[in-house]
Every structure is written in structure tokens, then in C-alpha cells.
Design a protein around this ligand. Structure first.
Ligand code: HQG
Length: 179
């Protein structure tokens, strides 16, 4: 399987496991899972045939481990815009986490903190390099440090996805370091 095909299949899976399952007639369970057989059937029926071997390859080699397989089922590990409850346990974050954004968002972020925007949570990275890459999707990246230790002490709940993305409902501006 070449890299271009791998990326194409990964994007197709992200689209339908995170954002628009109904577009191919899929119904996710409340925690975001779907039977792999049903997913492959729906993809084929909608003009995008994927083999089980291709799906397994994408799950195993995905650069961010975006997908989780459990038994006969698959789900996206995070990043949903459809309503799912990932049922992730609370976790104790490291003292600092990082968020990659771009300069045009900074005024709003200073005023209202980090908001989940279209997603369910604000996504935070455990290191600056990852946050830098996340920000760079939108332009010249700006990395903000989040005082996760102080947030947790103040009662904010942190969860970590299966692929190491830290999730919170929001980050009030007082916990952000703009430097
Ligand atoms: C910004 C990718 C104005 C925020 C990545 C970001 C990540 C605000 C954008 C994952 C704001 C939302 C998530 C506020 C936040 N006012 N702008 N108050 N608060 N923003 O894509 O964190 O490839 O929903 O800075 O690698 O960029 O999908 O979030 O620029 O892990 O697996 O609003 O998506 O992973 O953008 O990225 P997003 P994100 P995948």
C-alpha cells in the first residue's frame, strides 16, 4: 500500500468516523464505535472500496494513531464533531501542556481562552514540537503553554485519548502563557 493511498484511506476513515457517518449510512454507537464489516460495506456501497488489509494497515501505521480497533469494532480515538462519549477516564496531566495556534486567533484567545470550536474538547499536546505541528496546519504556528497543574488544582477535568492527545472542556485565559 503506497503512502498516498494510506493517507487517502485515513482521511476517508476520519471523515466518516468523526464527522459525517450518516453520509455513508453508518450509525456510530454512543461511544463512537462501529463494526468494521459494516464500515467496509458502507464504504464499498458508496463508491470507496477499502479492503480489510488496507484498513488494518492504516490503523497500524497511522502517524497519529488516530483509530482504535477493539475486537470487531473500530472508532476514531479523538477529534469528533458528531456527538460521542469517548468514556475516557480522568487523568493527571503533566505540569504543562501545549497548544498550537496561529497569530490571528490570539486576540480572541486572550479574551475568552481556548474554546473547543467545532470539536468536543480543546486539544492539548504533551510537548511543544507536537503543538508546533498542530499550529502549522493553519499558518505560521504560535505555541501557547497551558498551566495544566494549576488548572487541575482549580478543578478542571483532564482526559487523555488513546493516542496521547490531552482533552479539556476549555482553558480560561488565566492558565495560558503567551510569552
Ligand atoms: C483555535 C488535528 C479563536 C485553535 C491536530 C485552533 C490536533 C480559537 C482552532 C487536533 C479559540 C480550532 C485539533 C478562541 C481555540 N478564539 N480561535 N477562543 N480557541 N481557537 O482543528 O487544536 O489531524 O478544532 O487554536 O493534530 O487545531 O484531526 O483544533 O487553531 O490534534 O487527527 O481554533 O486536530 O488532529 O481548530 O487541532 P481545531 P486544533 P487530526
Amino acid at each position: 500500500m503506497d503512502d498516498r493511498r494510506t493517507v487517502k484511506v485515513s482521511k476517508y476513515l476520519s471523515k466518516h468516523l468523526r464527522h459525517q457517518p450518516e453520509r455513508i449510512g453508518l450509525v456510530l454507537d454512543p461511544h463512537g464505535w462501529v463494526e468494521i464489516d459494516a464500515l467496509l460495506r458502507a464504504a464499498a456501497d458508496h463508491g470507496f472500496p477499502v479492503t480489510r488489509a488496507e484498513l488494518d494497515h492504516v490503523v497500524a501505521t497511522n502517524d497519529k494513531q488516530r483509530f482504535a480497533v477493539e475486537g470487531a469494532r473500530i472508532r476514531a480515538s479523538q477529534g469528533h464533531t458528531v456527538a460521542v462519549d469517548l468514556d475516557l477516564p480522568e487523568a493527571e496531566p503533566p505540569a504543562y501542556l501545549y497548544h498550537g495556534t496561529v497569530a490571528p486567533a490570539l486576540d480572541a484567545i486572550r479574551a475568552e481562552g481556548l474554546q473547543p470550536m467545532a470539536r468536543h474538547h480543546v486539544h492539548l499536546s504533551p510537548d511543544r514540537e507536537t503543538a508546533h505541528r498542530v499550529g502549522a496546519r493553519r499558518g505560521r504556528p504560535v505555541v501557547l503553554a497551558v498551566d495544566a497543574g494549576a488548572m487541575r488544582e482549580a478543578g478542571h477535568v483532564f482526559r487523555v485519548s488513546a493516542n496521547g492527545v490531552w482533552l479539556v472542556d476549555a482553558v480560561p485565559p488565566g492558565f495560558l502563557r503567551f510569552q
